[in-house]
Design a protein around this ligand. Sequence first.
Ligand SMILES: [Fe+2]
Length: 190
Amino acid sequence: MKGGLVLDIDEFLSDCMSALSETEPRTAVKQLLERTVSDPEGVARALPPERAELVPLHASDEMTVLKVIWAPGMVIPPHNHLMWAAIGLYGGQEDNTFYRRSGAQVQESGGKELRTGEVALLGDDVIHSVANPLSVFTGAIHVYGGNLTARTDRSEWDMETLEEMPADFARTQRYFEEMNAAQSRSSTGT
Ligand SMILES: [Fe+2]
């Protein structure tokens, strides 16, 4: 980032690719994200957190980078990624609840609250649900060590029954769009 004013997305993505070729790619990506979200305003100018969004900025076999904007109060059910992930927050708060498998279901096994400027590294086998506990949008950059958008063997677990089912990136994206529709209905009082 130059001048600390607006994050240069192309430069950030090429820095991510360089980080992947280092000896410890996860650590290198985490450190890059930490440097990036240490100027949260600069990231927000480039990736405005104004509506719920799950947008790939990059997706290849090596890496996926997502702009993730959580609507106020939004919750997504437990899911796995089957690849490591680094999550950097540049606005709001992202509450992670972790789970472990228990037969066809999952059981809660802890949590982590991520706040603006913080970065979390998640291992390949993590199962988590995510909630935005605030009444403002939460902005995050998620980096994954593989192609999250194309992987078809991932799972999610029903929020109520905690039963396992196939995860689907496109369905999750539609859920983000539904949040926007719900938000505009409630703001117009219809
Ligand atoms: Fe996730």
